[in-house]
Design a protein around this ligand. Structure first.
Ligand code: SAM
Length: 343
């Protein structure tokens, strides 16, 4: 039977289908019990799955979006006492675990990016399909909004953001048009920004994706600093896993997946696959990190055809999993060295 985690659909509870539900459970093996961390609780789908899987599971449920945590708290009320909600950035994981006096945990999950309800809610300003104030903050207590970047960044920097985080080859043209438009009046809504971008990008035949998609992704990543310190985050997770404990990270675009792949390979003591002559040189000079994990699979785990048909968001999901090396002591906090895919 599939572990399905759709939230109750009656309004006002928003809707978000958790991706790779069965695969996440298989990766994290909650049947062994202990403390788990859901770094991106969102509406609580994966957290609920972990809690339902075993009464001996407890979860630290982190999200930087206070509103999302509010919904998750409502949803997870039946599990009160087994889940601790924390409104923080997951990059502060070591501090969070120190404050909770948890030296190590049995498993850590991060399901990166934004959830469907954040994207769909016009008021949150992520959507190019529904007009709203140009906001895009996951944490609405932070100061930097999309409007601030779009109206404030110098043209060159704006183009770099759109190129680097959106992989948009027309970045210079788009940045130029944005700067021309904001000279007349500030760009205040998602509809205004989308219109400017659409006018810059020629449409060839029947295009499936909106021409504004890549620019919106880029601005969102910049506003929320989504790629910053991902590398350090992986290292911090590995540090706090008990031997045999598992780390599972789901990403939705190649920029994130590449960073996670490299970070996990480094933790596994593997040669850098990349890239810079510098890292190759360090490797050849013997500056090889001691392996702290084994990779559970070389290739990322992706959604089944059935899941992709039911949940279009799952099409781009890639999950990478690694397991902390070391002698497994006790059951409460540790993993079980089980081979992935084998029951
Ligand atoms: C894809 S959703 C998670 C959905 C969740 N797994 C579920 O099953 O409902 C991603 C969530 O991560 C949160 N998030 C993104 N970056 C974060 C960060 N740096 N720290 C904490 N939460 C973050 C977002 O606010 C969003 O709620």
């Amino acid at each position: 039977m599939s572990a399905v985690f759709e939230n109750p659909s009656e309004t006002p509870f928003p809707r978000h289908l958790s991706v790779l539900p069965d695969e996440v459970l298989e990766a994290l093996a909650p049947e062994r019990g202990g403390w788990f961390v859901d770094c991106t609780t969102g509406l609580g789908g994966h957290t609920e799955a972990l809690l339902r899987a075993n009464d001996a599971v407890r979860v630290v449920a982190i999200d930087r979006d206070r509103e999302a945590l509010g919904f998750a708290e409502r949803r997870l009320a039946p599990f009160a006492g087994r889940v601790t909600f924390v409104h923080r950035d997951y990059r502060e994981l070591p501090d969070v675990l120190d404050e909770l006096k948890l030296p190590s945990v049995a498993g850590i999950l991060a399901d990166l990016g934004v959830s469907s309800w954040q994207l769909d809610d016009a008021e949150r300003g992520f959507s190019f399909q529904r007009s709203g104030a140009l906001d895009m903050r996951m944490d609405r207590t932070q100061m930097t909004t999309a409007a601030k970047l779009v109206n404030g960044l110098p043209e060159r920097e704006l183009a770099d953001v759109i190129f680097e985080f959106g992989e948009e080859r027309l970045s210079r043209r788009i940045a130029k048009r944005i700067v021309e438009a904001r000279r007349v009046a500030p760009i205040e809504t998602t509809a205004q920004l989308a219109e400017i971008v659409r006018k810059c990008v020629p449409v060839h035949g029947k295009q499936r994706i909106d021409p504004a998609t890549r620019t919106f992704q880029a601005i969102r990543i910049a506003v929320n600093r989504e790629l910053d310190e991902l590398d350090g985050f992986v290292a911090a997770c590995v540090e706090r896993l008990a031997p045999g404990g598992r780390l599972a990270i789901i990403s939705f675009h190649s920029l994130e997946d590449r960073l996670i792949k490299h970070a996990m390979r480094r933790e596994a003591g593997m040669a850098p696959e990349d890239d810079t002559p510098r890292s190759q040189m360090d490797w050849n000079l013997g500056k090889r990190p001691e392996p702290r994990v084994t990779l559970i699979s070389r290739k990322p785990v992706t959604a089944s055809e059935a899941e992709q048909a039911a949940n279009p968001r799952a099409r781009s999901a890639k999950m990478r999993v690694c397991e902390k090396i070391g002698p497994v002591v006790g059951r409460a906090e540790s993993g079980n060295n089980r081979e992935y895919g084998k029951k």
